[in-house]
Design a binder for this molecule. Structure first.
Ligand code: ZN
Length: 101
């Protein structure tokens, strides 16, 4: 019981916290391991607390679905593997253009 109550308070304290693209906006009282978070793209979903607080790239899924848009929009993403891969592709495209010119 007391563990649940402590957990509940901690979740409430997290409201307003940003985790990459997700901002915690609610902590449902009936779901001790879940928070509600809004993604930068506007989508609102429930997430497990352990998932949202764990290091890693967090979004509702739109970041993975559209890496170009998100990587250019958020500087925090600039060192991600996806971004590096994309930069490599862009460099390839530049080299190709130079070679073709
Ligand atoms: Zn999203």
């Amino acid at each position: 019981m007391s563990i649940n109550r402590a957990r509940q308070r901690r979740r409430q304290d997290r409201i307003g916290d940003r985790h990459e693209m997700l901002v915690i906006i609610d902590a449902p009282a009936d779901k001790p391991d879940v928070v509600v978070a809004q993604c930068d793209c506007g989508s609102v979903r429930e997430y497990f607390v352990c998932n949202i607080t764990r290091p890693g790239h967090k979004s509702c899924g739109c970041y993975k679905a559209n890496p170009l848009t998100k990587a250019t929009r958020r500087h925090g993403m600039s060192r991600t593997k996806v971004h590096n891969t994309w930069s490599g592709m862009m460099k390839f495209a530049d080299d190709y253009k130079e070679a073709a010119a």
